[in-house]
Design a protein around this ligand. Structure first.
Ligand code: SDX
Length: 393
């Protein structure tokens, strides 16, 4: 073989970054945002307050929170010309394809006014992204179902506004049920940030070259789409529906164990958590609450999910591999009950994770010592050799 590059432990790539935003202990199943346990935030806080915490490092006073929420609320509209971008997509395009394209296109509207070396302009970019992603996600949904776009309504809170933009129509305003809005807000909160996952590392790597934040977030959305990452919530609900009934679970458990079968139990396992994902526990409580409210607690999909979880937590294979339900296992059940098609599950993950992406992007750009990310490799190709004329090959 040729020279094999040895990984230089002193080489710092963005994958080996330092961050003060989120802490995960995968062995005990702990997740802290700026030191606060996710369970306590889920019980006492709400999404925009967690956005403030992730961005600025401390829980806000009532006055600062009110100002932050007012600022985000006043940035929820998108430039009218952005409506045109949606019309370039086929109606049956996956909403994630639309979001990657439209969020990337935000660069065309705000690139020239975003000097990333100016802290204030970094703040404005963060506000614009946190405020506009729900509007763009709702527009992607409306476009896919052939309904007119619905403008944001400043009298509604962040989660309620998103439900309004998705489910209102000109002929009839959607009445936001506070329990569903709270469940929506909690789903957003539980997806807000998660240390150096694949999509956040993508945003950091893109940002390390000095690319504008809108293009970096579009790169994060693209990465999140994969079924091994953010696309798992859609794949998980589709799997639960394919299983259909509790008596069909054993066949899927068998397939998940079969090394020759590419099937994996979607919503189970994690690169870091080798214990219960703390977000899955909170999500499970929300699922029970929402389905009880909607009178669909006998939802066959939920019954399959709970039985699958019970079996997986007792099965020697899954126990030995430390495969526990993750954040994506119950979220799809809640989103389905609220009325979203499975194709909207990952866009909702993306709009929720935007605050984590942009908080970590800001943290990296503000660090004067940060350098462009440049992961190295172990070369496994041909050894050095001379060119061979075509007649000698
Ligand atoms: C998210 O990184 C993050 O923080 C991500 C995330 C976030 O908030 O950003 O938490 C969000 O992406 C959650 C994960 C969502 N993905 C899924 O639910 C898809 C299904 N899960 C898998 O594809 C898988 O568990 C991964 C991709 C999540 C992790 O895969 P790894 O790194 O291979 O897991 P592992 O090394 O712990 O696997 C140990 C073993 C392996 O078998 P062996 O090679 O030891 O024989 O368990 C097997 C795996 O093949 N395994 C599974 C399995 N997940 C792992 N077998 C069956 N079903 C599964 N779901």
């Amino acid at each position: 073989q040729g020279d094999v590059f040895t990984y230089d432990p002193g080489f710092t790539s963005t994958a080996a970054c330092e961050s003060a935003i989120t802490y995960i202990d995968g062995d005990v199943g702990e997740l802290l945002h700026r030191g606060y346990p996710i369970e306590q935030l889920a019980e006492h806080s709400h999404f925009l307050e967690v956005c403030y915490l992730l961005l600025y490092g401390e829980l806000p006073s009532a006055e600062k929170l009110a100002h932050f929420e007012r600022t985000v609320t006043r940035h929820t509209m998108v430039h009218e010309q952005m409506h045109n971008f949606f019309r370039g997509f086929r109606r049956d395009a996956h909403p994630m394809a639309t979001m990657v394209g439209v969020v990337g296109a935000m660069s065309a509207f705000y690139h020239d006014s975003t000097d990333i070396n100016d802290p204030w302009q970094r703040e404005v970019a963060a506000f614009r992204l946190i405020a506009k992603l729900p509007t763009i996600a709702a527009m992607a949904y409306k476009y896919s179902v052939g309904q007119p776009f619905v403008y944001p309504k400043n009298s509604l809170d962040y989660a309620g506004n998103f439900l309004h933009m998705c489910f209102s129509v000109p002929a009839e305003e959607y009445v936001v049920n506070p329990v569903l809005a709270k469940a929506m807000d909690r789903i957003m909160m539980l997806h807000a940030d998660h240390e150096q996952n694949a999509s956040t590392s993508t945003v950091r790597l893109a940002g390390s070259s000095g690319a504008n934040p809108f293009a970096c977030i579009a790169a994060g959305i693209a990465c999140l789409w994969g079924p091994a990452h953010g696309g798992a919530n859609q794949a998980c609900l589709e799997m639960l529906r394919e299983i259909g009934t509790v008596d069909r679970i054993p066949e899927y458990i068998r397939r998940a164990k079969d090394k020759d079968d590419s099937f994996r139990l979607m919503g189970f396992g994690h690169r870091v958590y080798k214990n219960f994902d703390p977000r899955a526990k909170v999500m499970k409580e929300s699922a029970d609450e929402v389905l009880e409210l909607l009178g669909v607690h006998n939802n066959p999909t939920l019954q399959v999910a709970k039985e699958l979880e019970r079996i997986a937590l007792e099965d020697e294979y899954f126990v030995s591999k430390k495969l526990y339900p993750n954040v994506d296992f119950y979220s799809g059940i809640i989103l389905d009950a609220i009325g979203f098609p499975t194709a909207m599950f990952t866009p909702i993950f993306a709009l929720s994770r935007t605050v984590g992406w942009i908080s970590q992007w800001k943290e990296m750009i503000a660090d004067p010592t940060q350098k462009i990310g440049r992961p190295r490799q172990l070369y496994t190709g041909a050894a050095k050799r001379d060119y061979l004329a075509v007649e000698k090959r």
